[in-house]
Design a protein around this ligand. Structure first.
Ligand SMILES: Nc1ncnc2c1ncn2[C@@H]1O[C@H](COP(=O)(O)OP(=O)(O)OP(=O)(O)O)[C@@H](O)[C@H]1O
Ligand SMILES: [Mg+2]
Length: 375
């Protein structure tokens, strides 16, 4: 009989979905203050007005997206009054795509494939919001990505001024930002800020006890009892704290259990976690690099090369001097690309002097690996 590769009757997982990135956790603690602040921002919309605007900021994996989505789910009971629209800026990166998302949520289908101009899309949206007297609340999730692409100002400005062309239309915007060094209020044009005027809602990193609590609930729901001993669980918590991102912990649990399964163990051992850690890091690198533009990828590669050539720390200005001729870019574009690499956790930017934006840049991966992945 031929060897069967996909046959295994032994699994350590009670429910493997629990570790997927889009899983909606049953228990979502530690974020009550932020969610009640979001609800407060929305409250005027429930009374026929417009929601206040907000920026949710915090490092990756601090529960921003989940909090907004939870509040949006609660809004379903006010369907006739409020239209919450969730826009994932990792995929929707132009003004047209943002408006298509609003359109799709409003009409239940995307704009016709044959193509509507952006003005027709906006027209349809404005008309329908007017007629149905709906207050629009748009979440621009990971809005910093729109900002690096230079389209955030235009998107905000046009959403928040919809009422000028469609009287009576009310719009509020929640932007989530994982780049905590980014100060949108000083970066955006004054005429955008004057209509935006966001409330800042901060999502602090989880401490070790909170990480422990979050992971414990997931392990309980996702793995059979005794698969992960308290000692192994502690190692995972520690590794997660190091990265500061809950997602790393969730991914580690999943991969470590899969690794143990493959070795026909019924319990996760240290070796499984170490193997999982290496894989998880590499996968993050490959996936993130795939989402970079050609220019960003070139810069990332150049930083890797410089870090191999140089022994002293890499300073932003010196990197610029080294790359500007091949990349043919000005300092502003260069700095935005650098900020993006930082917010995607490909490099760390350490502010040396705040007065003149001098930063030390530290590659988060081995330079050879980066060169290999960037091609
Ligand atoms: N308090 C919590 N309880 C349970 N799970 C949580 C909690 N906070 C975050 N998570 C889980 O961690 C993962 C990351 O959370 P989320 O996507 O909301 O973070 P984020 O702040 O939006 O991150 P990013 O800036 O990278 O988009 C999700 O799988 C989420 O379910
Ligand atoms: Mg998010």
């Amino acid at each position: 009989m031929a060897k069967q590769f996909l046959l295994s009757d032994q699994t350590l997982f009670r429910d493997v979905d629990v570790f997927e990135i889009d899983y909606v956790p049953e228990f979502f603690n530690y974020r009550e203050p932020q969610m009640s602040e979001l609800a407060y921002q929305i409250s005027p919309a429930l009374r026929g007005g417009r929601a206040l605007n907000a920026i949710c900021t915090g490092l990756p994996g601090t529960g921003k997206t989940t909090s907004v989505l939870r509040v949006f789910t609660e809004l379903e009971q006010f369907r006739g009054k409020v239209l919450p629209v969730y826009v994932n800026c990792q995929t929707d990166r132009t003004k047209y795509m943002v408006y298509s998302r609003v359109y799709a949520t409003l009409f239940g289908h995307t704009p016709p494939r044959t193509g509507l101009s952006i003005l027709s899309v906006m027209d349809a949206i404005g008309d329908s919001l007017q007629k149905r007297k709906l207050s629009l609340v748009v979440c621009l999730d990971d809005a910093n990505l729109l900002h690096y692409d230079g389209v955030l100002g235009d998107v905000l400005n046009s959403l928040l001024r919809l009422h000028q062309d469609y009287p009576g239309v009310r719009t509020g915007v929640f932007a989530t930002i994982s780049d905590i060094d980014l100060d949108l209020v000083t970066d955006l044009d004054p005429w955008v800020v004057s209509v935006f005027r966001p409330t800042m809602i901060y999502f602090p990193p989880y401490d070790a006890d909170e990480i422990r609590g979050i992971l414990r609930e997931r392990v309980r729901a996702g793995l059979y009892p005794k698969v992960l001993s308290p000692e192994m669980f502690d190692i995972i918590v520690e590794q997660t704290m190091e990265s500061g991102d809950v997602r790393v912990g969730l991914d580690l649990v999943k991969r470590a259990a899969m690794h143990a399964e493959r070795a026909a163990r019924t319990e996760v051992v240290r070796e499984d976690i170490m193997a999982a850690y290496e894989q998880a890091r590499h996968v993050h690198l490959v996936c993130t690099v795939r989402a970079l533009s050609a220019g960003e990828r070139l810069l990332f590669r150049q930083i890797a090369e410089l870090s191999q050539e140089q022994t002293e720390p890499l300073i932003s200005k010196n990197i610029y001097a080294a790359v500007k001729d091949t990349a043919k870019i000005g300092y502003t574009v260069f700095f935005k690309r650098l900020q993006k690499l930082n917010s995607l956790r490909l490099v760390d930017m350490i502010r040396v002097r705040s007065s003149d934006r001098t930063n030390e840049i530290v590659l988060r991966y081995e330079p050879e690996k980066v060169r290999e992945v960037c091609g």
